[in-house]
Design a protein around this ligand. Sequence first.
Ligand code: CU
Length: 152
Amino acid sequence: MISSTIRSIISSLAVVFCVALAQGQEVSKIEVTANDQMKFSLKRIEAQVGKTLEITVRNIGKLPKASMAHNFVILKPGSPLLIIAAKCHKAKEQNYMATDAETRAAVVASGKLLGPGESCVVRFTPQTSGDYPFLCTFPGHCTEMNGIIHVP
Ligand SMILES: [Cu+2]
């Protein structure tokens, strides 16, 4: 009697554990392209709390990296996008990713600076709901190359 109760508790715990495991492994994959006209192919992306979003970022342009490169930087909701962008513009030696405390605190995920034909994968698992701004930090790009990852 007792042992069967224990067995049923253990088996229901196992089910809960497996469901949790399956949820943790859930990944949604999307692709975002960036081009020579300073445009991302998406301005708005949907994501879910606790679910990993795997974004393949592809630079489909042809212009040389020195004059037209792109990256994909995701910020916490409410981050000062223009201030972060201005700091990154000055960080040429760091591939336009500033390393000061404010920027590091604001950035939740980012990918490398992409020249023509290059791509990278940016993984992001939102922990709270909100509108997460994303941008390209190459100088002069953020006013065109920005958008929102909406997490309801
Ligand atoms: Cu760009």
